[in-house]
Design a binder for this molecule. Structure first.
Ligand code: GLN
Length: 306
């Protein structure tokens, strides 16, 4: 039985590897530019615990915006549905770091996955936690059953030194009253959160709870309600790839989330989580080869939600 998934992954990996993929490594965070652009790994975790991985799937990378799904999960646990009073649930149709719609919508970010939305989520976590940096990491370690996960201070420091757009985003939202804490404290935590490092294998293991109605596959612990899990999946499908969310749904047909470190996580509810990592990004900031691999996986396996 296992050979089916092994073949699906292997064929998709070999195909995506053989294709020329245009794209650039994210260099606006200087430390991210040091990565080998040819890294390529994939890992699938089935909800029954089986694992299928290839290439550089056991090498750590910077998960960047993929962490926004985990910070949303924790904030959603604290605030419940009231969270949507401060952040909307609509696709933005703009780049991840855009300021454009904040003026129009008076400081209410379009969704929790654009930077503005994730920064408001960080503000919520700072309000609810004594030490957001420490307690968020503890939460992720618990969800993943990986007690050794860490942030990368190198990457966080690199972004703290150059993240002028995020500074602008946070201060702009503050001017509308939708940031309650000091912007420098909120930004500090936002940059730390984005600097989490994981392998493809660790990340796919971590995300299985969102393919499993909010429940961990290892010990059955309910992290969030199944209704909240459904809503996070819906947001991943409609907003997980910024201005390319339609394209991802069209080509891959799964809820997913990308990060500028070149990682993508995608979920097939009640079946599996899959993570691919390839650092070269297309113009929308999403991994070019990663999208291609996932398109192959769902097209040839017919394992998509549509
Ligand atoms: N830390 C990055 C930023 O704020 C995250 C962006 C991303 O991964 N899309 O720019």
């Amino acid at each position: 039985m296992d050979s089916r998934y092994t073949n699906i992954i292997k064929n998709a990996y070999d195909f995506a590897q053989s294709q020329k993929c245009k794209g650039e490594i994210a260099s606006y965070i200087p430390e991210l530019a040091n990565i080998d652009p040819n890294k390529f790994g994939v890992h699938m975790t089935k909800l029954d615990g089986r694992n299928f991985g290839m290439g550089d799937h056991l090498e750590k990378f910077s998960i960047q915006s993929i962490a926004k799904v985990l910070s949303l999960t924790l904030a959603y646990k604290f605030v419940g549905e009231k969270i949507w009073e401060r952040i909307d649930v609509e696709p933005s149709g703009t780049k991840f770091d855009s300021l454009l719609l904040l003026e129009t919508y008076e400081g209410i970010p379009r969704n929790p996955f654009v930077n503005s939305g994730a920064i408001v989520i960080c503000d919520i976590l700072i309000t609810h936690l004594n030490d957001a940096k420490k307690e968020f990491l503890e939460f992720v370690r618990d969800v993943s059953d990986l007690p050794k996960l860490t942030y990368s201070d190198k990457i966080a420091d690199s972004e703290k030194a150059t993240g002028y757009r995020n500074v602008a985003v946070c201060n702009f939202i503050k001017s509308f009253g939708n940031i309650k804490n000091e912007p420098n404290v909120v930004l500090d935590f936002y940059f730390d959160m984005c600097s989490l490092e994981m392998t493809c294998q660790q990340l796919s293991q971590t995300f299985t709870f969102l393919a499993n109605g909010g429940k961990k596959i290892t010990d059955g612990k309910q992290i969030i309600t199944s209704s909240q899990s459904k809503r996070i999946n819906a947001l991943m499908l409609t907003c997980g790839f910024y201005d390319e969310s339609g394209e991802f749904a069209f080509r891959v047909g799964l809820p997913g989330k990308s990060g500028v470190g070149g990682g993508i996580v995608a979920l097939y509810p009640n079946n599996f989580a899959i993570v691919v990592w390839s650092p070269k990004l297309n113009k929308n900031g999403n991994s070019a080869r990663g999208m291609l691999l996932l398109e192959e996986v769902t097209t040839h396996s017919e394992l998509s939600i549509f």
